[in-house]
Design a protein around this ligand. Structure first.
Ligand code: ADP
Ligand code: MG
Length: 875
């Protein structure tokens, strides 16, 4: 049984697994009711002080039973090992198709017994729904409730969903809810509980690929500016390599002395880098727009708007905007309407968001190459779990062509050959442009194909196409991320084919256009449907056909004779396609299984592996090969002299690929350079965000304390006392009477103290006596103010206190975020000197934070001490 479990880290689980499987067999005799009652029993055990690991074997065995009863599947041992690793707060590396969805449910169930909620986080809503549906079916057997957070849910629904035992949600819903909660004005609007345990599916996608851009909630800012157009005009006068340099690797522009001088002249200013008047931001952005961001590559124009195209996935990122003014600079460049600048209201990086969990874990097919980063930043260990069956995929050596053109020709002719024999082939591309280019060659060769370019709105359809990419004759062109999380079944997925055929058929019958003449010979089956439907006077809703069938199939809700007939036909179709797909699968396996073609080395080996991993699931045969060219971006930018030299020296014809060891080494090292570069970007983002993060935690904690309190007076008194003390610290250092007098005056104004008489005499008193006096005054003035407001409207003061506090904290925090951004940028510009910019950043950030806190306290006191009711004269 443990034939494949050779690895040391894994063999330690041997006894536990045996134990769990023994219990599983024992539970065979349990009734469904017995199984269900176990959950309460486990919870009791924990309450009585048992440790999680003590009840774990029983728990996993019970869950294995529930899974079996709900789905008919029997968990593999490797799946249980995966769950053990998740439970330990580590990353389980398990290849595609190993059944990670069930692994997560196992670990989630165990941890949900603490009643603090478990989150299972996925990369998109389609997957969240798919997995939650499965989990619901299983957890019904265990008296555990499962929920899902969907984008269109309101606060109340979210609140409820977050109260479930296990919640499925996407990383961005999680993050935005977190930020929103920390901007809430009423404590009833808080939707999340404290973060307890999370399992992140496709963890590398979320913690590495998406970690380069922070989550931001923004609102319109007040300043509208024509600086973008002005900057664009000025940069027209600047020349590359004279006035500025381009750093293609880091997509950056460096201004030279002459450039700086020219700008200062043109703008008639003394210092381009003045932090109070940050022209340099506009200039740099205008230059970036001019030099580094190309239309139809980095962005497209759609409905007079700039739409971002992700550089590595080729995804069109509808609705996303580049931050910090870059988007506006590009709008200026393209002479489009310049949209209002947005101000960051709240932001957090994924790195820091996930560190808020008490226990964090994750799973993916590809983590090992980024092991060091997971360990360093997230403190997560990666454990490689062997596959259930031996991997039978052959990864063939790269073929390297001289030009990009001949590379694409070679790929197309490979697709042609595969299509002739009917072997399914998946081609991974890095951009829409390139996939369309390949598509056009295939058109000319008369090779049919499916083209996927990962638009967010197509994710569901995308998964369907991907899951069918293993059918005979299927040629699928897909950008990298297309259909991630969906595994490719050789011969196709009978359930899906049955569903699609059924929907197509009904669609056409309802429109009277169906001619029974089907390539799959399913007409007999469908004929039954037609006859019965006619007999029963067809009552299927045309409009919602897709949804009706979907829910009918998923929930198995049979409402009337019509649905009963449809469902029966569906079952027959499945039966038919089961046999059909099985036969095709055998043929495909004989041909070598799914063939994956890579068309470019990616930004990391991990992503290459993701693509390869599409093939060879659960012991299937399969192969993969990368087709590269010397003109590929990665090679051009990071290849260094060695490769470009070779390019010149090689005197072979364009259509013959090179398979040289020297080249492969240079390629690997080029790829490692890219990996290192992006790692640095993420690490820098993390290090800088860490500084804000501790500030954010402090502010959010204070905010929550106020939000939840029913008596914020104490907080304001405390603010007042601290403030007065701080101001008085200056008092002892004051050089003369005049200064002292000013300080006293300042406190009088702040506290709105009405008695004037003692001001003069105060100035000659000892400081501790002055302090006592003011501490007394704080309470007296406050009592007076409170009494005054209380006579006007009882209870008002309590509301006002909270309102002022939250309002000022939010306002100050937003201003602070903006200053921090400017600080970071300006330090970036200044960082050519000797100092470590991060240290400088930390110091200045600290000062800014202290200033913010002082500001909040003073403003709140000032406002509270002056609050009045202005009654409307008309009422
Ligand atoms: P992964 O997320 O690891 O790529 P999935 O969870 O999507 O894999 O599962 C892939 C397929 O394997 C699904 O069709 C699932 O039903 C099937 N599967 C999972 N576990 C088992 C099992 N123990 N026995 C048989 N099939 C399984
Ligand atoms: Mg999965």
């Amino acid at each position: 049984m443990f034939k494949f479990l050779f690895n040391n880290k894994i063999s330690q689980y041997k006894t536990i697994i045996q134990n769990i499987n023994k219990l599983y067999v024992k539970y065979n005799q349990y009734t469904n009711n017995d199984i269900c009652q176990k959950t309460q029993y486990f919870k009791k055990q924990l309450e009585l002080g048992k440790e999680l690991h003590e009840i774990m074997p029983e728990c996993f065995a019970i869950m294995k039973q529930a899974i079996n009863r709900a789905t008919g599947l029997v968990l593999f041992d490797v799946q249980i090992i995966g769950a053990l690793i998740l439970n330990e707060g580590k990353i389980a590396e398990m290849k595609t198709g190993e059944g990670k969805t069930l692994v997560a449910i196992l670990a989630a169930y165990l941890n949900s017994l603490y009643n603090q909620g478990v989150h299972i986080i996925t990369v998109n809503e389609y997957l969240a729904k798919r997995d939650a549906t499965l989990a619901k079916q299983i957890c019904k057997y265990l008296d555990i409730n499962v929920s899902i957070i969907e984008q269109n849910m309101n606060l109340r629904q979210r609140l409820e969903a977050y109260r479930a035992d296990i919640t499925y949600l996407t990383n961005s819903e999680l993050g935005f809810d977190y930020l929103r909660d920390n901007m809430a004005i009423n404590k009833e609007d808080l939707v999340q509980r404290d973060f307890f345990f999370a399992i992140i599916d496709e963890i590398d996608s979320i913690l590495i690929d998406e970690a380069r851009t922070p989550l931001i909630i923004s609102g319109p800012s007040d300043n509208i500016t024509n600086q973008y157009t002005q900057a664009k005009e000025i940069t027209k006068q600047l020349d590359v390599n004279i006035d500025y340099e381009i750093d293609e690797k880091s997509k950056n522009i460096i201004l030279n002395e002459t450039g700086i001088y020219k700008c200062e002249q043109a703008l008639n200013i003394k210092n381009l880098y003045d932090i109070k008047n940050t022209w340099v931001k506009y200039i740099i952005n205008a230059l970036k727009a001019k030099e580094l961001f190309l239309i139809n590559k980095d962005y497209i124009i759609k409905n007079n708007e700039i739409v971002i195209v992700d550089e590595f996935t080729g995804r069109v990122m509808e609705g996303r905007r580049w931050s910090d003014g870059l988007h506006q600079a590009i709008e200026a460049k393209e002479n489009l309407n310049i949209q209002q600048e947005n101000k960051t209201l709240a932001s957090i990086t994924y790195q820091n968001l996930f560190l808020l969990y008490k226990k964090l874990s994750g799973m993916t097919g590809t983590a090992k190459t980024e092991e060091a980063e997971f360990e360093k930043i997230y403190n997560l260990q990666v454990i490689e779990i062997p596959t259930n069956k031996i991997n039978n995929r052959k990864d063939l050596a790269d073929l390297i062509y001289k030009t990009e053109y001949s590379k694409w020709q070679a790929i197309a002719s490979e697709c042609f050959d595969m299509y002739q024999i009917g072997r399914p082939t998946l081609v991974g591309t890095t951009s829409i442009e390139k996939s369309e280019f390949l598509a056009s060659i295939l058109n000319s060769l008369n090779v049919p194909y499916n083209l996927l370019n990962a638009k967010p709105e197509n994710i569901r359809r995308e998964s369907e196409i991907i899951s069918q990419a293993g059918q005979k004759y299927a040629i699928t062109i897909a950008t990298n991320m297309a259909g991630r999380g969906t595994d490719i079944i050789l011969g196709g997925n009978p359930y899906l084919i049955a569903k699609i055929e059924l929907i197509n058929y009904l669609n056409q019958v309802l429109n009277d256009t169906y001619a029974i003449n089907n390539s799959h010979n399913i007409d007999k089956i469908l004929k039954i449907l037609t006859d019965d439907l006619i007999k029963n006077k067809l009552k299927i809703n045309k409009k919602n056909l897709n949804n009706t069938i979907e829910s009918l199939i998923n929930d198995k809700k049979i409402e009337n004779t019509n649905t009963q007939i449809v469902y029966n036909v569906y079952l027959q179709l499945i039966n038919y396609f089961n046999k059909f797909c099985k036969k095709e699968k055998e043929e495909i396996i004989n041909q070598g299984g799914l063939y994956v073609i890579g068309t470019e080395r990616h930004e990391s080996r991990r992503i290459d592996n993701q693509l390869r991993g599409r093939s060879g699931r659960q012991g299937d045969t399969g192969s993969s090969r990368f087709f590269l060219s010397l003109q590929d971006n990665l090679i051009k930018i990071f290849g260094g002299v060695q490769i470009s030299q070779l390019m010149e020296n090689l005197n072979i014809d364009e259509d013959t690929p090179i398979e040289s060891m020297i080249l492969n080494k240079s390629l690997d090292s080029a790829q490692k350079k890219v990996e290192a570069y992006f790692y640095d970007v993420r690490k820098q983002l993390f290090e800088y965000d860490e500084v804000i993060n501790s500030q954010r935690q402090a502010i959010y904690a204070e905010r929550k304390r106020i939000l939840k309190s029913t008596y914020a007076r104490d907080c304001i008194i405390e603010y007042a006392e601290n403030t007065v003390e701080e101001i008085l610290n200056q008092y002892d250092k004051a050089a003369n009477m005049n200064e002292k007098y000013n300080i006293i005056n300042q406190i009088y104004t702040l506290l709105n103290i009405q008695i004037v008489v003692r001001k003069n005499s105060l100035a000659s008193m000892q400081s501790h006596l002055i302090k006592n006096f003011f501490m007394e005054q704080i309470r007296i003035t406050y009592d007076l103010r409170e009494a005054y407001l209380e006579t006007l409207r009882p209870g008002l003061i309590r509301q006002l206190e909270k309102y002022y506090l939250l309002q000022q904290i939010d306002y100050a925090w937003q201003e602070h975020l903006e200053k921090m951004l400017l600080l970071k940028e300006s330090i970036g510009w200044r960082s050519y000197g000797q100092q470590d910019p991060l240290i400088e950043y930390k110091n200045e950030a600290f000062n800014l934070f202290i200033n913010m806190v002082t500001y909040i306290r003073q403003t709140v006191i000032y406002l509270v001490m002056r609050s009045r009711l202005i009654t409307n004269p008309e009422t």
